[in-house]
Ligand binder design. Structure first.
Ligand code: CMC
Length: 437
């Protein structure tokens, strides 16, 4: 971290001595005020629920400029990565800091490909779930269970263990997601095939059956690969922070990633793609484009508790760059499948247009996020709605691991332990039960 020449001075109106706080500069983006000594020197904590102004770590992985609508992985714009690289190149970049050269690409692709099969016993573990379980419930369990299957890579302090756990997780996630899907469908599991690309292999494991081979369509494979790239990392979001906090106790990588999967499930985070598509389907059912006005009215009514899912972001106060790329993919996929007149896509475009012109959204800087379009793409490809968040988890796994490994390798790393402002009862004594109100 580079110290800035500028220092912050914190003064108090009660006459307590002022405190000078160091400031550090990032390579780009806002500086941070170092408050680590604040409690020791003043006996006070800072208060920032939801981390609105708090940087919890320093990182070299992903940079977002929310005002500009810019997203960089290791310095490369998401637009260049999405159009010039494939997902495994991006995995290499996130994990090791650089895009692979031709030799590294071959070796990395082969390494991941040769770890895609899961322990055969995994399917018996999976069989303990109800067939109608939500895939995210199943995935949380399966990922956590990996630590029971791969004992030889659970020491988070051993760089070799971290490396092999990273490869195993990236390689096995598509297999696990496809298994969760097949289990829910009551269809046999399809084993991975090494001659296929990462994305094509996932699609085959999802859609082939022992009676019928699945020949992946290039446009659809590219679309799934792009979904993976766009979701691969997003700096210190809720699930990534969960993985870091969970891993900070020294737990094993599989357990930490399972915690990330659980966090991602929520509708304000990864569950938004499922919620956005369900919302579009609901508007469609209740009358389609004509009902948009009524729906927007409900969204603006704070008492109605309705949100425009797929809109708004904690960091982006401009169009989410991932949403632009996903919108483009949406057109390509619908064209390739002859679905240009897809009513949900048309509805989404009308809803987006109306919302972008409405003062409620304009004044709050609410723009479409990646989830607004990713659900339409996945649905067109044949991914069931309930599996959308699991696909997001598959893609985000590499980001979680890269962030976890970065934290473990950081000399400043400590167990995460937020403090609180206690506002509950002060010390009191227990009354005999007959005297309690
Ligand atoms: N629909 C209607 N109003 C909204 C929405 C929305 N989607 N998002 C924010 N607002 C309003 C919010 O009510 C508040 O209004 P007011 O100032 O009058 O109280 C204002 O905009 C600021 O919102 P906030 O809730 O303070 O913002 P936040 O940073 O805490 O929340 C968010 C960000 C993503 C949780 C929120 O925008 C949201 O719930 N969006 C819908 C869910 C969604 O699409 N999530 C996916 C995020 S992208 C994928 C990912 O990276 O995980």
């Amino acid at each position: 971290m580079t110290p800035s020449n500028v220092k912050a001075t914190l003064s108090f109106s009660d006459g307590s001595p002022a405190m000078e706080l160091p400031i550090y500069r990032g390579s780009v983006g806002p500086d941070v005020i170092d408050i680590r000594k604040l409690y020791a020197q003043t006996g006070r904590f800072t208060y920032d629920p939801g981390f609105l102004s708090t940087a919890a770590c320093n990182s070299t992985i992903t940079y977002i400029d929310g005002d500009k609508g810019e997203l960089l992985y290791r310095g490369y714009p998401i637009e260049e990565l999405a159009t010039q690289c494939d997902f495994l190149d991006v995995c290499h970049l996130l994990l090791y800091g650089e895009l692979p050269n031709a030799k590294q690409q071959k070796a990395f692709d082969s390494l991941v490909t040769h770890h895609t099969m899961v322990h055969e016993q995994m399917q018996f573990f999976l069989r303990g779930f109800r067939r109608d379980a939500h895939p995210m419930a199943v995935l949380t369990g399966l990922v956590g269970a990996l630590s029971a299957f791969y004992h030889d890579s659970t020491d988070i302090n051993n760089p070799k263990h971290r490396e092999i756990a990273a490869i195993r997780l990236i390689a096995k996630m598509p297999t696990l997601v496809a298994m969760a899907y097949k289990y829910g469908m009551g269809q046999p599991f399809i084993y991975p095939r090494n001659e296929l690309s990462y994305a094509a292999n996932f699609m085959r494991m999802m859609f082939a059956t022992p009676c019928e081979e699945y020949v992946p369509n290039d446009v659809l494979v590219r679309a799934i690969d792009r979904i993976f790239i766009l979701h691969a990392d997003h700096e210190q979001n809720a699930s990534t922070s969960t993985v870091r906090l969970c891993g900070s106790s020294g737990t094993n990588p599989f357990a930490a990633i399972a915690a990330g999967v659980a966090c991602l499930w929520g509708p304000a985070h990864g569950g938004a793609n499922e919620a956005a598509l369900s919302m579009l389907m609901e508007i469609q059912r209740s009358g389609g484009v004509e009902k948009i006005g009524e729906f927007i009215k409900q969204v603006k009514d704070k008492n109605a508790g309705v949100k425009l899912m797929g809109f708004g972001h904690r960091v982006y106060k401009n169009y989410d760059p991932r949403a632009k790329l996903m919108r483009e993919t949406c057109h390509e996929v619908l064209d390739a499948l002859g679905l240009h007149d897809d009513p949900l896509f048309k509805l989404a475009m009308s809803l987006e247009k109306i919302a972008l012109e409405d003062d409620y959204f304009v004044s709050r800087k609410l723009y479409p996020n990646v989830d607004f379009y990713s659900g339409i793409v996945q649905r067109a490809i044949g991914v069931p709605v309930s599996l959308f968040t699991a696909v997001f988890a598959l893609a985000r796994t590499v980001g979680w691991i890269a962030q976890l490994n970065e934290m473990i390798g950081d000399p400043e790393y400590k167990i995460g332990r937020p403090r609180q402002l206690y506002v509950g009862a002060t010390r009191r004594d227990i009354k005999p039960i007959a005297q309690r109100p």
